[in-house]
Design a protein around this ligand. Structure first.
Ligand code: GLN
Length: 282
């Protein structure tokens, strides 16, 4: 199998103190370890409140976790001045994972239970509203099936994630906000068990270019190592094979970066066990 040890990645961790709930930090550990186990030189750059734009620009991948409304209000103030650069990076295919409150930030706005509006970055065509204090929170374990739009065409077929034979993601959700997608953004997945974006239309998360928004805490990446690898692969290809961002090149079956395989048998067994416990056979 390929050796990955000539590669270097800088992963930007946005607001690690303020935006990190329900084990979201585990996503950073998962990305870091999965790179290190392959010999990829990985640097985690903490982007705390007031961080420098030059640090943001140095990142090959971005991650931001979820939070309560109070923290979101604080962070939204700092994000305002970073909006333009963040937009440029997302438009430029810099891979990113945005969980729950962070996912809500990518949209136009988040309306809190009392009607207060927290302005979003308005990068993705979506908005989020909490219907009010009496509305139930959307809490529990969740199983979703990834939509085809995130699988990349390869030689007329479909390129599956390297370490898994399924397209299922499992996680834990806890949110009051209901997210509604506009025409210019695609859902990441379809809900099998749980609530997802709004508890009604069966959509979960959103995908735009190489950016993924989702309600899945858990944390999502240790529970779904195939998804962690997808992000790492996207970041490496963006950095080292920029032509691969062109879907025509992929369809022509051009060479892509192959990640060294890891033994994920335990993780995948746990993944399967949880899904089955929730009534989903994979
Ligand atoms: N405050 C948001 C909501 O409840 C986000 C919650 C979270 O990130 N877990 O909808």
């Amino acid at each position: 199998m390929k050796n990955n040890d000539n590669y270097k990645l800088t992963i930007g961790w946005l607001y690690p103190e303020l935006m990190s709930t329900y084990g979201d930090r585990g996503n950073i550990i998962s990305l870091q370890k999965r790179c290190e186990w392959r010999g990829i030189d990985v640097k985690i750059l903490r982007l705390d409140f007031g961080f420098r734009i030059s640090d943001l620009k140095a990142c090959d991948m971005l991650f931001m976790g979820g939070a309560q409304d109070t923290q979101q209000t604080i962070v939204s103030k700092d994000l305002k001045e970073k909006k333009q650069v963040l937009r440029e990076m997302i438009e430029d295919n810099i891979p990113g994972l945005y969980i729950c409150g962070a996912y809500q930030f990518l949209g136009k706005y988040y309306k809190e239970a009392d009607g207060t509006i927290i302005e979003g970055l308005d990068i993705l065509d979506l908005y989020t509203e909490n219907p009010g204090e009496n509305a139930k929170r959307l809490i529990g374990n969740i199983v979703i099936e990834l939509n085809n739009n995130i699988l990349r065409a390869k030689q007329g077929g479909v390129e599956k994630f390297s370490t898994s034979s399924n397209n299922t993601l499992i996680g834990f959700e806890n949110h009051g906000g209901r997210t509604y997608l506009g025409k210019n953004v695609k859902a990441l997945a379809t809900v099998k068990v749980g609530f997802g974006n709004n508890g009604t239309d069966k959509t979960e998360g959103a995908v735009y270019k190489n950016s993924f928004g989702t309600y899945l805490h858990g944390p999502i990446l240790p529970k779904n190592p195939h998804f962690a690898d997808h992000l790492i692969k996207l970041a490496l290809e963006k950095k080292y094979l920029p032509a691969m961002q062109d879907s025509k090149a992929l369809q022509a079956g051009k060479k892509t970066i192959q990640l060294k395989e890891l033994d994920d048998s335990l993780e995948l067994q746990a993944h399967k066990h949880i899904a089955q416990g929730l009534g989903v056979t994979i």
